[in-house]
Design a protein around this ligand. Structure first.
Ligand code: GDP
Ligand code: MG
Length: 163
């Protein structure tokens, strides 16, 4: 099976926008993904000759007030479990939040391959303005703009290169 990349992060950081950037077939039929749980948002991605599956984890967002464990419950945990690589999306403009820390702690404990991505970074000075994200303890922060299509190709290279 092709590698599976899960997009996680708190609401409104741009996961779905990134999902749409990464996938050509936005309405992929879930039945194509035999063996994967069916209640999330799957899509096919392709870069050069490399194909991959992307999971958007928008489903946990309505429970945002219920705390990280219920919020990331089920859908996100299952998506992460199915993923070969997790792309953890944060908001370059909003900065680090308590919820980002909770998600980072969760991901670090799992020990999965993880790429930290600061979205909405168009026009920003990476080295200076994104340095605070290093406190999440997930290594290097990778700047992208899902809306403007910046940094996407190297993000895919980075994510697939971990496998
Ligand atoms: P999700 O809740 O994490 O799935 O976030 P969405 O993809 O729904 O995006 C939330 C908001 O952020 C929307 O208004 C998007 O248009 C906006 N957004 C997404 N990506 C970018 C980006 O690269 N730059 C900027 N400035 N806004 C973005
Ligand atoms: Mg979404």
């Amino acid at each position: 099976m092709n590698p599976v990349i899960a997009l996680v992060g708190r609401p409104n950081v741009g996961k779905s926008t990134l999902f749409n950037r990464l996938t050509k077939s936005r309405d992929a039929i879930v039945a194509d993904f035999a063996g994967l749980t069916r209640d999330r948002h799957y899509g096919h991605g392709k870069q050069g000759s490399r194909e991959f599956i992307v999971i958007d984890t928008g489903g946990f967002e309505p429970e945002a007030s219920a705390g990280i464990y219920s919020e990331m419950a089920k859908q996100t945990r299952q998506a992460v479990a199915e993923a070969d690589v997790v792309i953890f999306v944060v908001d370059a403009r909003a900065g680090v939040s308590a919820q980002d820390h909770d998600i980072a702690n969760y991901l670090r404990r799992l020990g999965k391959h993880c790429v930290l991505v600061a979205n909405k970074a168009e026009g920003m000075l990476e080295g200076i303005q994104l340095s605070e994200f290093y406190e999440l303890g997930l290594g290097q922060v990778h700047a992208v703009s899902a809306a403007h299509g910046q940094g996407i190709r190297s993000l895919v290279d980075l994510a697939l290169g971990m496998l």
